[in-house]
Design a binder for this molecule. Sequence first.
Ligand code: NAG
Ligand code: NAG
Ligand code: NAG
Ligand code: NAG
Ligand code: NAG
Ligand code: NAG
Ligand code: NAG
Ligand code: NAG
Ligand code: NAG
Ligand code: FE2
Length: 596
Amino acid sequence: MEDCKLCMLVTFFLIITKMVATGKYIPTTLEGPFDPVTIRFDPSLRQGSDDIPMDDPRLKKNVTSMFPEQIALALSTPTSMWVSWVTGDAQIGSNVTALDPTSVASEVWYGKESGKYTNKKTGNATVYSQLYLFEGLLNYTSGIIHHVRIDGLEPGTKYYYKCGDSSLPAMSDEHVFETLLLPGPNSYPRRIALIGDLGLTSNSSTTIDHLTRNDPSLILMVGDLTYANQYLTTGGKGVPCFSCAFPDAPIRETYQPRWDGWGRFMKPLISRVPMMVIEGNHEIEPQVAGITFKSYLTRFAVPAEESGSNTNFYYSFDAGGVHVIMLGAYVDYNSTGAQYAWLKEDLHKVDRMVTPWLVAAMHPPWYNSYSSHYQEFECMRLEMEELLYQYGVDIIFSGHVHAYERMNRVYNYTLHACGPVYITVGDGGNIEKVDVDHADDPGKCPSEGHNIPEFGGVCHLNFSSGPAKGKFCWDRQPEWSAFRESSFGHGILEVLNSTYALWTWHRNQDIYKEESSGDQLYIVRQPELCSPSTSLKVIFHFNIRELLFNSLFYFSCGKRIEVSLKRDPMRLSKERKQKKVQRYLQNGRGFCHCSS
Ligand SMILES: *[C@@H]1O[C@H](CO)[C@@H](O)[C@H](O)[C@H]1NC(C)=O
Ligand SMILES: *[C@@H]1O[C@H](CO)[C@@H](O)[C@H](O)[C@H]1NC(C)=O
Ligand SMILES: *[C@@H]1O[C@H](CO)[C@@H](O)[C@H](O)[C@H]1NC(C)=O
Ligand SMILES: *[C@@H]1O[C@H](CO)[C@@H](O)[C@H](O)[C@H]1NC(C)=O
Ligand SMILES: *[C@@H]1O[C@H](CO)[C@@H](O)[C@H](O)[C@H]1NC(C)=O
Ligand SMILES: *[C@@H]1O[C@H](CO)[C@@H](O)[C@H](O)[C@H]1NC(C)=O
Ligand SMILES: *[C@@H]1O[C@H](CO)[C@@H](O)[C@H](O)[C@H]1NC(C)=O
Ligand SMILES: *[C@@H]1O[C@H](CO)[C@@H](O)[C@H](O)[C@H]1NC(C)=O
Ligand SMILES: *[C@@H]1O[C@H](CO)[C@@H](O)[C@H](O)[C@H]1NC(C)=O
Ligand SMILES: [Fe+2]
């Protein structure tokens, strides 16, 4: 009977493969693991594009001094929202003087009807400076940055709002947003957009243009936002090469007005759709006195306090029935540290009956087969992967690598039916161009000393089993990498119900709403198989292809593990079969997951 089940599985598998080939059918993760697919960079495209200049109308300040600009939204709790904006003039040069943040009030007026603001909230304002001690580098001090938390919001409701200081008077035009639904197993955001490593080039502009037309209800921005530290006019002098112009400068200057330009560029989108950010390495931005991350920490309001985190470097929130955890890769992630303790507590508090979906995001990927940043954050994976796996995290998004890659379900570098789906979307279009080399391409395996993280240790490791056993790089696309393509784009996650979500990756070179997508599949949760359930279950998971190859078949039933071989000429005893499976597991080719 078991053999018969297997036959059916194989037949199903073959049918699916055919349907995928004909191009209409949308596969599901249930059919995984998929054979690895690589799409190389299309040489008819340019690998990158120039930065949008500061005098572009989309980047220039349009309002007079104390009127709000760079208006942005971020989720707080399911019934509250952060509204942020900037007033006053930033300064760059020598002898900059910080503005007084108490000189302008922070008010938001809002209500359910256009022009009728039944509620009013006030908040706080602050400024920050980016200072350098080196001759020729320019100091910067920001405009006044306002953050106001508005609350008492009803779910799935449109709110009209204005922000500013009514006493000056200097209030903004009216803006509108729609709240998400309350957490619940049947209420999901219409579309969650994913972007990473965006920058501010004409490619970034295409990405945002396409993303906007996809009409998301929430945006997750997985780090490396503006590339203010790569802007060509670094040094304020239009120098194309910073290290050539300032060979002795102890710190690389960042061009902070780029953040203001980016805030203006993003405003049409993020003043009506909340955007959730997490820090990337381009946000580090070192300055005098060892200060880092000043712009990231000051400009963005995030639900840190709301989620029990005491820092904007990591936090979590609910978006309907999706609990999202934003992890900090550039702050202590060790299992002995504060972030890990917070993460454990946060995971523990998640009620999967209320938020069935558990999504995590961080800037650098743990699973990545491109040469760029290959195994760069192995230390973080070693510290945190097990915890995320134990709590059954469904999807883990990252950026950092400037290309697209979707992994087969994987845990500890082993294909695993209950591992998370990892997706890299660092393909926003920044100035550093598309990543095109794979670690498995001849001559492209990064050498030791490469891919050193900007934070944390180096834990590069050689694989202990499989085709790359004993080696640092594979000689082909690794089995855990399902699909990779060197193109710019963005992703859209549409959660349909408590077990199905449609993931679509849109490429910049495709015309919007053309019937094409770069990558599309249903991500399917299997809570009965994978959740830490109450009844004791022992489940074996194997790479299906290996399984067939070895004619080994598994099934689980309650507490007993039964293993049979499809072809069993030796007529092995049950004990021998179990031993064989044990060995199979010890070789690291399968995985045993026990939950109680
Ligand atoms: C980036 O944008 C430029 C100019 O718009 C275009 O020529 C190029 O092909 C784009 N590159 C990619 C990878 O999309
Ligand atoms: C400034 O106004 C012009 C004309 O209305 C518009 O095209 C541009 O996008 C605006 N820029 C900003 C930063 O709001
Ligand atoms: C920048 O600020 C630092 C610290 O206040 C100061 O020492 C330095 O002289 C300033 N540089 C310029 C160019 O004004
Ligand atoms: C620096 O700016 C302040 C305030 O604008 C001014 O009082 C002071 O004289 C300036 N100092 C120099 C050296 O320019
Ligand atoms: C504003 O700052 C005060 C004091 O730092 C703090 O108690 C309050 O919670 C802040 N309000 C908001 C809306 O952040
Ligand atoms: C994390 O742990 C490693 C190994 O124990 C240690 O070398 C490193 O300093 C720790 N990092 C932090 C930020 O505590
Ligand atoms: C992950 O795999 C490595 C190498 O096979 C093994 O040493 C380690 O114990 C595994 N870790 C976990 C958490 O299973
Ligand atoms: C990993 O394998 C490489 C060869 O691919 C070898 O040079 C290196 O020493 C190995 N490293 C470890 C830690 O075993
Ligand atoms: C979720 O949606 C899928 C696809 O429409 C459907 O097959 C499945 O039965 C649904 N599951 C639940 C729990 O509603
Ligand atoms: Fe990065």
